[in-house]
Design a protein around this ligand. Structure first.
Ligand code: KQY
Length: 373
């Protein structure tokens, strides 16, 4: 019987109807999925410095779970050589390296089964503000992973990237209006219609809508760069004290929403603040190493980058956080260590990842442990 490789459109049957739900990132994992950076219009100097940063991230995560890195064939030997032996390298074509967004949103069933959601993908905005063209290989990644794992794939009718959502695993989802309701993702869709899709797909009950994501975030405000759950009922929010910085108003707005929201269980949310690094700008010598193509987002000297310590990955026994600003790295590490007393917080130099427009959370995707596996 060929059930595992089935693809189901939400109109036929929903994950919720079948008993699946999306677990929180802090629930146990079986593995973490990543991709290998190589395109020279995203990553400077032929992606060599970014590859070193990805190796450091994969190595840190591999301390507590299996890490798979998908690589285009022409980079297979190089990736295999650079990554340590405990990291599993496999051929998996992609247009770039943002597994959070092009990879599966995994679901688990109380009886131990695993499934995934296959969202629509248009490279963060399609031909209206999207980040590159084409994105055909990215679009096939979820199907290929479903085949590899032999799990059902639910095809959702909305454009959504994994970095646009966070869940607490107890019925609450955090997102931004700026991204999910953007005309370049889901034109004409309102909150109610989107909430219905999220309920049916992820089995959540309550959506907390933040108005906007980080200032100048090229993803149109992914929540994973601004705010995330660290435990049920607790979130960490990137925080900027400088009233002259446009990020300040965004943080205040988000804080107001969070402090006046309750989660799916009716409990008030506790908000922890994490300092914002920088502001950080692309340097002349950094931009000079990046190819400028008309088919991709320009990365120019002086452009402000949406740096944030919130863009970290929660592994089974580690938290892997970006190091972005020597003046604040240690303070941010201390905050995170306090929030995750049972995990070791590992800082990885991550400016090279930020130069590509995202960070550690954006390049990783957890595969949860199915409850009875
Ligand atoms: O925020 C994320 N999840 C991904 C950032 C992708 C940036 C593409 N250049």
């Amino acid at each position: 019987m060929n059930v595992p490789m089935s693809a189901t459109a939400l109109a036929e049957s929903t994950p919720k109807a079948q008993g699946y739900a999306m677990p929180a990132e802090f629930a146990p994992h079986d593995a973490c999925w990543m991709l290998w950076p190589q395109r020279p219009d995203t990553w400077r100097f032929g992606a060599k410095p970014a590859q070193q940063a990805f190796v450091a991230v994969a190595t840190a995560i591999a301390e507590s779970e299996t890490v798979y890195v998908g690589v285009n064939d022409e980079q297979y030997e190089n990736a295999r050589h650079q990554l340590p032996p405990q990291v599993r390298v496999l051929e998996l074509s992609s247009n770039d390296a943002w597994m959070r967004d092009v990879g599966p949103t995994f679901l688990t069933h109380p009886d131990g089964r695993l499934a995934m959601v296959d969202w629509q993908f248009n490279a963060w905005g399609g031909l209206d503000g999207g980040l590159y063209f084409p994105w055909d290989k990215d679009k096939r990644i979820r199907t290929k992973i479903a085949e590899m794992l032999g799990i059902p794939r639910f095809v959702a009718p909305v454009v959504l990237e994994g970095g646009a959502i966070h869940v607490d695993g107890e019925g609450t989802l955090l997102t931004t209006e700026e991204c999910l309701l953007n005309a370049n993702r889901n034109p004409g869709m309102n909150r109610e219609a989107m909430e219905q899709v999220l309920r049916d797909t992820l089995s959540i009950e309550k959506v907390v809508w933040l108005p906007r994501g980080c200032h100048l975030d090229e993803t149109d405000g992914h929540v994973d760069n601004l705010c995330c759950f660290v435990a049920p009922g607790e979130v960490v929010l990137s925080w900027c004290d400088d009233e002259t910085d446009p990020q300040h108003a965004i943080c205040r707005e988000a804080l107001q929403v969070l402090e006046s929201s309750t989660d799916a269980k009716g409990s008030k949310l506790r908000v922890h603040k994490l300092p914002q690094p920088g502001p950080l700008f692309i340097e002349e010598d950094e931009a000079s190493g990046i190819d400028r193509l008309s088919s991709s987002h320009p990365r120019r000297p002086g452009d402000r980058m949406a740096g944030s310590y919130v863009n970290f990955y929660i592994g089974n026994s580690v938290v892997v956080m970006p190091l972005l600003d020597p003046a604040l790295d240690e303070q941010a590490r201390g905050v995170l260590q306090g929030l995750f007393p049972d995990r070791r917080v590992i800082g990885v130099p991550a400016r090279e990842i930020l130069l590509g427009g995202g960070n550690i959370h954006c390049i990783t995707q957890q595969q949860p442990k199915a409850p009875l596996s």
